[in-house]
Design a protein around this ligand. Structure first.
Ligand SMILES: Cc1ncc(COP(=O)(O)O)c(C=O)c1O
Ligand SMILES: N[C@@H](CCCC[NH3+])C(=O)O
Length: 447
């Protein structure tokens, strides 16, 4: 794995020793190298700019949605997509420009759509007919038109974990293409006085390593847009191919650089649009993991150890499935080092486990590590996407703090939850003053 060290050989993040960050902010801790986030965003932009293709890089904020992250996205002048009223609320709190927000979701509630319309989000990515009914109702009295994209299930499934596949026909997301539902949606939107159809959207899945799926989806969506052009005299403005570009979590993973996926999409756009008598649409991409994943580190402190003769030892840290559910949920693999000796030769293979009351609370099932002592800081790499954003309070453990580091400066951007936070929504229970009927009385009454 690529990582930076200082002259003492310690792991550094954004110019600061990881163990120093752990000491200052305590563990478990999420740390982001903000320079790495900016670098990836700019690399995506560069591909489009070099190719001369109009574009939007729309950060899929479900990967990591905090006020500070929306502020970085704002400073980098990109778009974001949100999938809930809560993500939208966070973007609003960050004063993110609403015209650059796309609102996703397969079951947006009326209240969420109302919130999106009131906020003035740039684009609603319409997923189904129920949502169109809700929009009709909410926009009845509106002046002006709401921009929308139609999300389709393109019938292309990516080679990735089953839970990370979204583009296949048998999916809860988007209008079905083959049965004509997507055409029906286009017709309905084009006839609607309150909706302005910009184009089409599809997302084929997440943690994808091959460009073939993106080439296929680009080609397919272009064909659908051309069909809509012929059929409905519609001039498409936007072709949104979603996100899903894979990253390396272990030495065994060998993904292409994320920009290579964009290059393949742009090349397909150029080669497959010959003969269209409508101008090239802007290409929108929605990367989440590839922007924040490699920029994020989880820092833990080693505690107990269990040695069983003949078996792999268990080394426990002070976090686990509450701050990173991905190993338990997807059998996701990660790589860890001891923060002060990241290049030390491993001397043993251990189960790196958490502190949660579950046998499945395993962060890394087979972690090659040098000998560790209680108090050592362990860093797990590439945890920036779907780690903090999927964190829970299981076992009533407070969620970790999040620190942003850039140019040698560290800033706390999410404070660590306290025990008081954990009970803030709890209410005391007062039993009703009338005693409940006894079970014998209930049985008798039924007879
Ligand atoms: C519609 C949509 N766009 C973008 C993404 C981001 O995917 P990733 O984080 O893999 O880039 C997702 C998540 O898979 C998604 O569902
Ligand atoms: N949460 C998933 C990715 C799902 C993306 C949502 N469409 C992960 O951690 O890999």
């Amino acid at each position: 794995m690529n990582f930076a060290t200082n002259h003492e050989g310690q792991l550094t993040i954004g110019g600061i020793a990881a163990s120093q960050l752990a000491h200052t902010f305590q563990t478990p801790l999420y740390v982001y190298d903000v320079g790495a986030i900016r670098h990836q965003i700019r690399a995506f932009k560069q591909v489009f700019e070099t190719a001369g293709v109009a574009y939007a890089v729309s950060y899929a904020s479900k990967a990591f949605a905090t006020i500070a992250m929306y502020e970085v996205a704002k400073a980098e002048a990109i778009h974001v997509d949100v999938v809930s009223g809560g993500e939208l609320y966070t973007a609003q709190a960050a004063d993110f420009p609403m015209e650059k927000v796309s609102f996703h979701g397969n079951n947006k509630s009326k209240a969420e759509l109302e919130q999106a319309l009131d906020a003035g989000v740039g684009t609603i990515i319409v997923d189904n007919f129920h949502e169109l009914d809700l929009l009709d109702e909410l926009l009845k009295a509106a002046v002006g038109k709401q921009n929308v994209l139609i999300r389709v299930a393109p019938g292309i499934s990516a080679h990735t974990h089953a839970y990370d596949q979204t583009g296949q026909t048998d999916s809860k997301f988007g209008f079905d293409l083959e049965s004509g539902q997507a055409d029906e949606a286009a017709k309905r939107i084009l006839a609607d006085d309150h909706l302005n159809l910009l184009g089409i959207h599809a997302h084929i899945g997440s943690q994808i390593f091959e460009v073939a799926g993106f080439e296929a989806v680009t080609q397919k969506l272009l064909a659908v847009l051309d069909h809509w052009h012929q059929q409905f005299s519609f001039t498409p403005k936007v072709l949104n191919v979603g996100g899903g570009f894979g990253i390396a979590y272990t030495k065994q993973d060998d993904p292409l650089p994320p920009e290579a996926f964009v290059q393949a999409i742009v090349t397909t756009l150029k080669t497959q649009s010959h003969g269209f008598n409508w101008p090239l649409p802007a290409v929108w991409i929605e990367p989440g993991r590839s922007i924040v994943g490699p920029a994020g580190y989880s820092l833990y402190t080693v505690g107990s150890r269990k040695d069983v003769p003949g078996l792999r030892p268990y080394v426990a840290v002070d976090g686990g499935m509450g701050d990173n559910i991905r190993p338990a949920l997807y059998q996701a693999q990660y790589t860890a080092v001891v923060a002060d000796h990241p290049t030390a030769q491993p001397t043993e293979h251990v189960h790196l486990v958490g502190k949660y009351c579950e046998s499945g609370d395993i962060l890394i099932d087979d972690a090659p590590l040098p000998a560790t002592q209680p108090g050592d800081v362990v860093a797990v790499f590439d945890t920036g996407a779907y780690g903090y954003s999927m964190a829970s309070n299981y076992n009533r453990n407070p969620r970790p703090a999040v620190v942003f580091v850039e140019d040698g400066q560290a800033q706390l951007v999410v404070t660590r939850e306290t025990y008081a936070d954990l009970i803030q929504h709890d209410q005391h229970y007062t039993a009703p003053s009338q005693p409940a009927p006894t079970s014998t009385a209930t049985t008798a009454a039924k007879k």
